[in-house]
Design a protein. Structure first.
Length: 142
């Protein structure tokens, strides 16, 4: 048995790009950065950024294209794949690609066009419908 699952929380590096396959299936892609703060050898805090290419399909792709934009924070869950290629200078390079199976918008909803449905949680298999989508902030006990 094997398992390939990654969970990321980060910010979009560019606006989502929505395309359609020849069969009409929506596919959306964008870059996403995660940041980690750690001390270097001199004891100074350094930021370390890791970039990922995110790919979403079907209803999840359409939702991301509609509501996300560069700089927005998002939760992504999916499968990780390392793509290896040769750049223009002939040097071997690699990039991290995530095929997303779940997405949740993070951050404030004030003034955004994001639907009020629990920050527009969407799943690749079930779409944005959520059994708790009818809850308002007044229904939450804390």
């Amino acid at each position: 048995m094997s398992f390939n699952r990654i969970i990321l929380v980060g910010n979009l590096g560019r606006d989502p790009e929505l395309r359609y396959t020849a069969q009409g299936t929506p596919v959306c892609s964008f870059s996403m950065a995660t940041n980690e703060r750690r001390k270097d050898r001199n004891g100074e805090m350094q930021d370390h950024t890791t970039w990922f290419r995110i790919t979403l399909w079907n209803r999840l792709a359409e939702t991301a294209s509609q509501y996300l934009q560069k700089g927005k924070q998002v939760y992504i869950e999916g499968r990780l794949r390392v793509e290896e290629y040769i750049d223009r200078d002939g040097k071997p390079r690699h990039s991290l690609e995530v095929f997303a199976t779940d997405m949740q918008f993070i951050g404030s909803r004030g003034g955004d066009d994001v639907p009020h449905e629990r920050a527009a949680s969407a799943s690749a298999s079930s779409g944005p419908a959520d059994s708790q989508a009818d809850l308002s902030d007044d229904d939450i006990p804390f």
